[in-house]
Write a protein that binds this ligand. Sequence first.
Ligand code: ACO
Length: 399
Amino acid sequence: AININKLRDLTGAITIDPGYKNSGSCTSEITFLDGELGILRYRGYAIEDLADQANFLEVSYLLIFGELPTAAQLEQFEKDIRKHSLVNEEMKGIIDGFPRTAHPMGVLAALTSALTAFNPKSVNVENEKELYQAVCKTMGKFLVIATWTYRKSMGYPLNYYDNTKGYVENFMKLMFELPTEPYKLSPVVTEALDKLFILHADHEQNCSTSTVRMVGSSHAGLFASISAGVSALWGPLHGGANQAVLEMLEEIHQNGGDTEKYLAKAKDKNDPFRLMGFGHRVYKNFDPRAKIIKKAANEVLGTLGVDDPILDIAKRLEAAALEDEYFKARNLYPNVDFYSGIIYRALGIPTDMFTVMFAIGRLPGWIAQWKEMRLNKEPIGRPRQIYTGSPLREFKRPQ
Ligand code: ACO
């Protein structure tokens, strides 16, 4: 393994690389990605195999601890997450302070940060037991507060983790169960969600993950680092794209379904409009997750008997863009979030919760990357700059 601290000695002149398009920030054993060939692997396992055969908690364990769990390890992991899923009652007072119209991602970032107040002890990452407990706490509590952001927006009473149900089933119950109406779990829905979470679970040094590593590199705690990751994910150029995609598809639908008009807008350099869900910083051929999701969207909508005109618009838009010279020349293909919103919608997830869904899926990746960064003893992240401001000036107040 490369000693990251030794790399420090190689630095000399300052290089400028806006958006870090060609700069690596770390070495990592977690996720392998080849943007040219459209390959994505977690800990060496192909994303296609994991999405097909594993479940989300198994994949979370794999990402965080490096190996697939045995049946006994998985059962214990699930049990420990359950044990730590309880959220302090005083957190409810914090939620009460938000307006119901607040965006769930803003509330989620604040609540994740607030968890530090109730769990103030910093984790000794060298202590395996302590680290494992911190992982289970984060997995359990984050799921619960993520659903509370929705309950708050609806004015519903807050739900608690159900010890008899699995992680993804719990998500649906926490979200939708009402005191007057027990939530009926559907295997189609939980399986589709499980797959979506797996596809989002890690993606090496993307904006939110780099943020988690950067904040954590100052030895800020896990909740504080994850909270920063939530904020980074929120933007429409990153995780917020899934909400933006659906809003765009709805707008096209409401305006008569003219996909060509929107394609032309996306190509017009005087128009700030971009085709949401298209393009990726790293994938320049295709996004392997998008392929899996497109297939899943067809299956889920078919099984649930949902006939959504939005799916048709998405397919037409994709087909037209793939034939278009502008998109071809710039290697712009649908990314993971082009179809995810359509599935979320079919599952009854409200649009402004889409990015929260992404955050729940990405959580094990964030944890794994934070853990790796700390165990590798990476130095504090501190990029340099090239100063382009004024030379020395004499101090004089303007008259
Ligand atoms: N629609 C129209 N044109 C686009 C799009 C798009 N979606 N994406 C990129 N382009 C164009 C740019 O205008 C630029 O054109 P130019 O060379 O003529 O100036 C060229 O393609 C390269 O684009 P950049 O912005 O330089 O590429 P970058 O790697 O910086 O950005 C990004 C990648 C942010 C994903 C971009 O493609 C985008 O904004 N896509 C839409 C938002 C989106 O779907 N984000 C989700 C990303 S995946 C994720 O986070 C899970």
